[in-house]
Design a protein around this ligand. Structure first.
Ligand code: HGY
Ligand code: MN
Ligand code: MN
Ligand code: MN
Length: 428
């Protein structure tokens, strides 16, 4: 996979961090909320506008664009060996509510700029190079993250295309079909998305760190060795509710307080492990009817639990589930639990780590190996292809918020490192 270094070392890359930053800020204008916030939910109007812009940039960079039935977008640079597995680089452009301009998008616009710079430098790849924009990486609309890359890895069932519903009861299949994707059958959609064995020789994702380590240490690039294992679950409580004044305390079964106990138990279960790599979040907490003088009779929680150690993560999930049962019995509330996902962690490929490390060295960039605590489509690409990630710092480690920011210098360095890494993996 890794080509002779001399071929790559001689590549002189002209990449403009400023130009890429302005493309990212233009992409950010496709949003449901005013910038600097970015809200871009998959298959909504702004997502489709963003897709159009990405395809424009791919075409302008000389890439041949194709889209699969789930809405993953590929831009191909043919190599001299059409039978070689593709070297792929990509990320997502959908954004959770009130997010920022860099999460995911850097990993879509960045490889387009990397390919354009490699082409201008006179490099010709042996293996084809694909730039990829994954569909539906964020769990916001359909409750499950990385639907596009799960489809490529063959981890989706036909039923899931109908079962994953948004708040209006629209399924992934219906929404993707309305956006112009889909197929004549569920199987055709799954088959058209699955990546054939050997189809991807290597995958590299460029992403902001979404944490504070690189900036705090003054390290310019992160080379990811593993991706933490995410799990998510939904908990519903229902009680009898009642009048906040007339219903005496002994007669209550308050669904909101049951939910509050569980949210605190998530934190307690994680802290009890004493492991800094274990994290737990109750990011969605809804009660109904949510009015000051009515005892909550409904509650819905969505809980996110992650760790680089899947066994320890699963033990935390089990402890939270036990608390749900105990609280429900004690508070006499009805309850229902839905496991949304409980994914294995991913180990990155030494080949990709090596190529990215050499690229950083050739750029004279300071770099360190690290774990990705956020999940990414790389988590699922690693199920079937040698996979790695390159991180650049982001200001204060902030992400999933409107003031997410990466400097043009860091963007430029990340894109150059990506370009050299792709050239090493694709050969010449
Ligand atoms: O939640 C995550 O780690 C990713 O941003 N979807
Ligand atoms: Mn994200
Ligand atoms: Mn992301
Ligand atoms: Mn039960």
């Amino acid at each position: 996979l890794v080509t002779s270094i001399c071929t790559v070392r001689s590549i002189k890359l002209d990449v403009s961090g400023e130009a890429i930053a302005s493309q990212l800020l233009h992409l950010a204008t496709f949003t449901d909320d005013p910038n600097p916030a970015v809200t871009r939910i998959v298959f909504t109007e702004n997502d489709l506008l963003a897709r159009g812009y990405v395809k424009e940039l791919m075409t302008a960079a000389g890439l041949t664009v194709r889209e699969d039935p789930m809405g993953n977008i590929f831009g191909r640079w043919e190599g001299t060996d059409p039978n070689a597995g593709a070297v792929v680089s990509g990320s997502h452009a959908d954004a959770i509510p009130l997010a920022g301009a860099y999460d995911g998008t850097l990993g879509v616009i960045g490889p387009i700029a990397a390919v354009a710079a490699l082409r201008r430098a006179g490099y010709r790849p042996r293996a084809p190079i694909d730039v990829l924009m994954f569909t539906s990486e964020e769990p916001t609309r359909f409750g499950l993250g990385c639907i596009g890359s799960r489809g490529m890895a063959g981890e989706l069932t036909a039923a899931l295309l109908d079962e994953k519903l948004d708040v209006n009861g629209t399924s992934f299949k219906e929404a993707s079909t309305a956006a112009g994707y889909g197929g004549s059958s569920h199987q055709e959609i799954l088959d058209g998305t699955l990546i054939a064995k050997g189809g991807v020789a290597a995958f590299v994702e460029l992403h902001i760190e979404q944490g504070p380590l690189l900036e705090a240490e003054g390290t310019q690039l992160g080379i990811v060795t593993a991706i933490a294992a995410p799990a998510a679950l939904r908990v519903f409580f229902s009680g009898d509710g009642g009048h906040a004044g007339a219903l005496l305390m002994p007669n209550r079964n308050d669904a909101g307080l049951a939910a509050a106990e569980v949210a605190l138990a998530v934190e307690a279960s994680v802290l009890e492990t004493g492991a800094i790599d274990a994290v737990g979040t109750t990011g969605l907490f809804e009660i109904g009817p949510n009015t000051v003088n009515s005892v909550p009779r409904e509650a819905k929680l969505e809980i996110d639990i992650r760790d680089i150690d899947a066994t320890r993560r699963d033990a935390i999930v089990a402890s939270v589930l036990q608390t749900v049962e105990e609280v429900a019995a004690r508070r006499k509330v009805r309850h229902r639990v839905e496991m949304i996902n409980q994914d294995a962690p991913a180990t990155c490929s030494n080949q990709v780590i090596q190529a990215a490390t050499e690229a950083a060295q050739e750029l004279g960039a300071s770099h360190k190996q690290m774990v990705s605590r956020a999940y990414h489509d790389s988590l699922f690409m690693a199920r079937f292809a040698p996979t790695g990630m390159i991180f650049i710092p982001c200001r204060n480690g902030w992400s999933h918020r409107p003031d997410e920011f990466a400097t043009p210098e860091d963007i430029e360095r990340g894109v150059k490192a990506l370009a050299l890494t792709l050239a090493k993996l694709a050969g010449s």
